[in-house]
Structure formats: structure tokens, C-alpha cells
Design a protein around this ligand. Structure first.
Ligand code: HAM
Length: 426
């Protein structure tokens, strides 16, 4: 029989067997971000549509084709956030976090894009993002890149390379844009429909096209890097010197333009070829004009976001353990009279040993069936509470994994001390 309800295409359940790997990953990310002095900011999942249109850019794939936009009951146009940079900037302006101060922030959570689902590309996916405000120099760009490199190191991920480019100042970009339009106009016949449509609205994005028939026309296009304004060039050169000093290898990719319009100067992506077509695990760059564009004082910004699904896929492929830890103890409760004693014993042990992982048998059943469950649970000890134990105020303890697995009988008030040493090793 067909199942009546299924998750929305491209939106995944993360099942209990997978969640331990996610938690381990999130713990490492949080530790490294804290070590660099980044503070968490929690942001709404829904924002006004206009915020994304204005920041990401009207003529981008995200805004044109991929947003989950709906009318609120009072007619406002709202959108499920497709990324976190816009909301983070909005919150910082709204709460005055950028007045005469710098900020280092991070956020985590689901993002939504109506993309064609495939391996590594989903309609609901999760990002962890870091954003730094109020620092105009390349030192903070380098710090963010070092931070991301340290994440890969801490996670044991080796197969990634850093691609780097500079988009220059907005003035230099405007001048370059004109040259690019003239160039593409001169070869209009060779462009595909998508590129022709973008020609005047967003010609830089043509450079990002994956259409193989455009390869020659793209290869011969003028490169932005050759036309950088002096300030952007100095910024880019200093960034490279900083990365070299920190021992971080990179490839300069003059075609790296990114799919969001707010960037200027530094842009970068961490790419792996172990994930197939969706190989970018982390991407970001500088966006010095965004805060002002959203109505704030001019404040420079730079940041990145990484895709958790892609990182989880890399970690799982590398065989990183993803299982929840087994219980230390399985509590077997035989007979109706033992039920209340069983729950009370379990709660007392939890009071006394907060680190103890204790699974209490629920749902009744005979000793044999419960013992089988205890064995399957992976627990190291079974505690047994039956009529005899209740009458004698004892608990039977059966080691399940040791060579020495004699069952012993302990007075009930000595069980905690026994488990503290035998199960927790304290
Ligand atoms: P983005 O390149 O659109 O940048 O996304 C960043 C990362 O999110 C990607 O490199 C990828 O790992 C992951 N990602 C994006 N779309 C999907 C998807 N459909 N399925 C799975 N993973 C995906 C941004 O979002 C910018 N806000 C980054 C940034 C922050 N720039 C400055 N600060």
C-alpha cells in the first residue's frame, strides 16, 4: 500500500541513526567558532521577500526562481530564508549592533531553495554561517578562511581545495561589467538563451554558466582580475600574503563570481571532488555595500556559509562513527509489584549518577524477553528487579560484556556506588 504522506521532495528527515553524526559535527563547529570569538545569533526562518530581493539581487537564480514566497494572511509577501547573510545583516541594523563596534557572529539552521533536488542539493538544507562586520582589511578575510580551514582539520576532512578570487570594488565591477557586455554583445550568436537574458541584467553571472557550448566564449572573455582597482588589488595581494604566512594553500579562480549579488573584493569557495557535481562545501566573501544597501550606515562585512548535508556526506563516506552511545545499564523489571520500585530505582540512580545512560524496560513481558532486549541494547550491565529482589530490598546485577559475568546481588542502596565504579569508571 502506498504511504499516504511523504516528505516534500528535496526536504529530508534526519533519522535517529544519522543524528549522532550531525551532533558531533555541530559540536565541532561550535567549538571552533567559539575559539575564534564568534557569537551565536538566532534568526527567524521567515523574512520579508523584499529583504532577499534587495540583498541577494533581483536577477539571480535564487530570487528569480528558487524562493519559497507566500502571502501572509494580511497580504505581506514573506519568504522562507534561502540563506542567512541577509537576515543577519537585517538583525544587526535593526538592533544597532554595528554602531562603532565590530561583530563576529555565527548562525545555524535550515535554508530553503526551490532547486532541482539531487545528491547534495536539496530544497531544505542546513547551513552554518559566520559573518564579521566593521573590519575593512584583508586580515579578517584571512581569519575567516583560517577558521574554515581549521574546521576541515578538526573534522578530519582532507580532500578540499580553496578557490579564491576578487570581484573588485563596485566601481571597478561597473567598469568591467560594461566591457563584458560589449564583449558578449560582439559574440551574441554564440550565447545560449539564459545568457542572452542575463546579458544586460547580470552579465557577470554568464561567466558562471555550466553550459559546455559556452566554453570558448567564456574562456576568451576579459577577466575581472586583470581590471581590478588599485585598492582591491592591494587588498587581494595582502590576503594572499596572509594566507601564505598561515600556510593555507589556494588556487586563484578568475571565473569564480558567486551566485549572489552582494559580493565585492574577496570571494572564495572550498571545493571537493569527492561529492560529485555538488562539490562546494563552503562559500563566502566580502560584501562591503550590503549594510548600507539595506538602510544601515556603511559598514563593511565578510562571511561564509557551509552546507551541513555536504559535510555530513563527506564524514559518512570517510567512515566517521555516527551512532549514539549505548546505554550503560538496562533495567529489567519482572512482575507487576516491581513496576513502581523499578521507576523509583531508575530515578534515584539518575539523581545520583547524572552521567549514567540507563534504559528502563517499559511495556512488560517476561524475564527472558526482557533479557534479550537488554543484550541487544548494547548495555554493559543488566539490573534485575523481580519479586525476590523486592522482598529482600536488593537488586541483581548481571555484567553482560565481561568475561567475569557472574550475577551478583546488591543491597539497593549500594547499586549507585557499584555502577559509579563499574560502569562510569569514576
Ligand atoms: P551559497 O554559496 O549560496 O552562499 O551557499 C553556501 C553553501 O551552502 C554552499 O557552498 C553549499 O555547501 C550549501 N548549499 C547551498 N545551496 C544548497 C542546497 N540547495 N542544498 C544543499 N546545500 C546547499 C550563501 O548562502 C551565502 N549566504 C554565504 C555567505 C555568508 N557569504 C557571506 N556570508
Amino acid at each position: 500500500m502506498a504511504k499516504q504522506f511523504q516528505a516534500i521532495r528535496g526536504m529530508n528527515d534526519i533519522l535517529p541513526g544519522e543524528s549522532a553524526l550531525w551532533q558531533n559535527l555541530e559540536t565541532t563547529l561550535r567549538e571552533v567558532l567559539a575559539a575564534y570569538g564568534y557569537h551565536e545569533i538566532r534568526l527567524p526562518i521567515v523574512e520579508k521577500t523584499e529583504l532577499f530581493a534587495r540583498s541577494i539581487g533581483e536577477v539571480t537564480d535564487i530570487v528569480e526562481k528558487e524562493m519559497y514566497t507566500f502571502a501572509d494572511r494580511n497580504g505581506d509577501s514573506l519568504t522562507l530564508r534561502p540563506e542567512g547573510t541577509a537576515g543577519c545583516a537585517r538583525a544587526c541594523i535593526e538592533h544597532g549592533l554595528l554602531h562603532n563596534q565590530t561583530q563576529r557572529l555565527w548562525y545555524a539552521g535550515p535554508m530553503f531553495r526551490y532547486e532541482k533536488p539531487q545528491k547534495g542539493r536539496y530544497r531544505q538544507f542546513h547551513q552554518v554561517g559566520a559573518e564579521a562586520y566593521g573590519m575593512a582589511g584583508p586580515d579578517i578575510d584571512a581569519e575567516l578562511i583560517c577558521l574554515s580551514a581549521r574546521l576541515w582539520q578538526r573534522l578530519g576532512i582532507r580532500a578540499v581545495t580553496l578557490q579564491l578570487n576578487s570581484l573588485g570594488s563596485s566601481a571597478a565591477r561597473a567598469a568591467y561589467r560594461e566591457r563584458l557586455v560589449a564583449y558578449f554583445e560582439s559574440r551574441r550568436d554564440e550565447l545560449d538563451e539564459d545568457s542572452r537574458r542575463r546579458l544586460h541584467a547580470n552579465p557577470l553571472r554568464i561567466l558562471d554558466s555550466k553550459n559546455p557550448t559556452l566554453r570558448t566564449v567564456l574562456a576568451e572573455a576579459p577577466a575581472l582580475l586583470d581590471q581590478l582597482d588599485p585598492e582591491s588589488r592591494a587588498h587581494f595581494e595582502e590576503l594572499q600574503a596572509l594566507l601564505a604566512a598561515a600556510g593555507i594553500a589556494y588556487d586563484i579562480n578568475p571565473r569564480l563570481v558567486r551566485g549572489l549579488d552582494y559580493y565585492c573584493k574577496t570571494v572564495f569557495e572550498w571545493v571537493t571532488d569527492t561529492l560529485g557535481a555538488q562539490g562546494t562545501i563552503c562559500a563566502g566573501g566580502r560584501y562591503d555595500g550590503l549594510i548600507e544597501q539595506l538602510g544601515g550606515q556603511p559598514v563593511p562585512g565578510v562571511g561564509f556559509a557551509l552546507g551541513l548535508e555536504r559535510l555530513v556526506a563527506m564524514l559518512a563516506a570517510a567512515g566517521q562513527p555516527g551512532a549514539d552511545p549505548e546505554p550503560h545499564v538496562y533495567l529489567i523489571i519482572v512482575g507487576d509489584a516491581a513496576q513502581r520500585h523499578g521507576l523509583a530505582l531508575a530515578e534515584r540512580l539518575r539523581d545520583q549518577l547524572p552521567a549514567l545512560r540507563l534504559r528502563m524496560h517499559c511495556g512488560g513481558g517476561g524475564f527472558k524477553a526482557q533479557f534479550r532486549r537488554a543484550d541487544h541494547s548494547g548495555a554493559r550491565f543488566a539490573l534485575i528487579l523481580g519479586e525476590d529482589e523486592i522482598n529482600a530490598d536488593t537488586v541483581a546485577v548481571k555484567p553482560l560484556r565481561a568475561a567475569q559475568n557472574e550475577q551478583l546481588s546488591l543491597p539497593r542502596d549500594q547499586v549507585a556506588a557499584y555502577l559509579r565504579a563499574a560502569a562510569l569508571g569514576e
